[in-house]
Design a protein. Structure first.
Length: 183
């Protein structure tokens, strides 16, 4: 049996990002039968511009599209910026959706989770990310939802119980049955 390959898109570019740390913890503690890769270089993607797309798309775009195409599932781990999703994440979804209707993200099972300061834990950003991904053609897995709130100064990735919840979300995503959901 082959592993389920989960590609993680992290919505924060900050080197010490809590969401990045969660992604790394998930990769280190991936459930049996699941391989977790983290997409690197999202900050290198130019803003989507159809003039840059096509046969001569930038290398960072080609790399992202190849990673998305090779994955069985996509997991977005993101904070919330000003009540919505980070621009870098929306840009990555835009690039992965092109050419529209045929992009690497099309029909790819995708779940959105994350952690943010505040009582809602990034819930608005996660809702906006699911909406954008759905419109881009992803098969958004609505049953995998985790919006973790933390207090300033806390590190969610240092809490074993919190990491366990995120690993469980990956397990749920990996076991998502595409055929049953489509029926």
């Amino acid at each position: 049996m082959t592993d389920t390959r989960v590609l993680v898109l992290v919505g924060s570019l900050r080197a010490d990002s809590h969401n990045r740390k969660i992604a790394e913890a998930i990769r280190a503690q991936a459930p049996a039968g699941v391989t977790v890769d983290i997409a690197e270089g999202l900050g290198e993607l130019p803003f989507y511009n159809e003039d840059l797309d096509g046969d001569s798309a930038p290398q960072a775009v080609v790399r992202l599209r190849e990673q998305v195409a090779a994955a069985d599932r996509l997991l977005v781990i993101t904070p919330e910026y000003n009540g919505t999703m980070p621009a870098v994440l929306n840009n990555a979804i835009d690039w992965a959706s092109r050419p529209f209707g045929e992009g690497a993200i099309k029909d790819k099972p995708l779940a959105v989770v994350g952690t943010a300061v505040g009582q809602y834990g990034g819930q608005w950003a996660h809702e906006d990310t699911r909406k954008s991904a759905r419109i881009a053609g992803a098969a958004v897995v609505e049953d995998v939802v985790l919006s973790h709130a933390y207090a300033w100064g806390a590190d969610p990735s240092a809490d074993a119980e919190t990491v366990e919840k995120f690993v469980a979300a990956v397990s749920e995503l990996a076991s998502y049955d595409i055929e049953t959901a489509a029926a």
